[in-house]
Design a protein around this ligand. Structure first.
Ligand code: ADP
Ligand code: MG
Length: 210
């Protein structure tokens, strides 16, 4: 991702099939990593039904995206600057609006993304769950790339099949899949295997006398 980021990927959607898979967690960690590299970064929490971003950064969710989209706050007022990292800003979801899908589909949302595109090096959009509501599709056309998060043991094969159809039908440019909350032992890997792998690697080097 970092190597392709130089090629103009700027607005990045972080999405998943259902709630609680780790979209906010992954958005936060990726955005913080980019900001620590001195990039100007913002996370916009577009999941207005289950806001959690403000809580992660221990700031209030009083003003946010829902205010900007309904015209009750400006981008400046709804943005919290320098959270943990000086170049990292966030726009929390804000108060729960009754018409979240409508707001995401509005011209105001498109305009906001264009404003952010010209202001930041990277814009992470923390999306609503793809399979439960209709608004994520409305975001797809506005982003340069997407990262699909899946929580192991919770999301089902059939939900992932539906996700695949959505990705293909909308030509969503997914640049990475995050397999979240994997427990290595359950997935058939073990620390022993890893240890053996590295052990033999170093063993080979030793036999070359290096
Ligand atoms: N890799 C992980 N390991 C442990 N807990 C995690 C991990 N990813 C997410 N969580 C926890 O799972 C819950 C849901 O994550 P969140 O990022 O809010 O999901 P979403 O935004 O998709 O609804 C949170 O309590 C979060 O701290
Ligand atoms: Mg979330």
């Amino acid at each position: 991702m970092l190597s392709r980021a130089g090629g103009g990927l700027k607005v990045i959607l972080v999405t998943s099939c259902i709630p609680e898979e780790g979209k906010t967690t992954v958005s936060t960690n990726l955005a913080a990593a980019f900001a620590q590299d001195n990039k100007r970064v913002i996370i916009v929490e577009a999941d207005m039904r289950r806001p959690r971003l403000a809580q992660v950064f221990e700031v209030p969710n009083e003003l946010g995206l829902s205010n900007v989209l309904t015209g009750t706050a400006t981008y400046d007022e709804a943005t919290i600057r320098g959270v943990r990292v000086p170049t990292l800003d966030i726009m929390p979801a804000g108060p729960h609006p009754p018409n979240a899908s409508e707001l995401i589909g509005s011209a105001a949302f498109g305009e906001l993304i264009e404003l952010l595109r010209s202001t930041y090096d990277f814009v992470f959009i923390d999306s609503p769950p793809a399979l439960l509501v209709t608004d994520p599709v409305l975001i797809y056309t506005k982003v340069d790339a997407a990262i699909w998060v899946s929580r192991v043991g919770v999301v089902t094969r059939s939900q992932l099949g539906r996700a695949k159809n959505m990705i293909e039908r909308n030509r969503l440019p997914v640049i990475g899949f995050v397999v979240n909350r994997m427990r290595p032992r359950l997935a058939g890997y073990s620390y022993g295997y890893e240890y053996e792998y590295y052990g033999s690697y170093y063993g080979e080097k030793d036999s070359n006398g290096e």
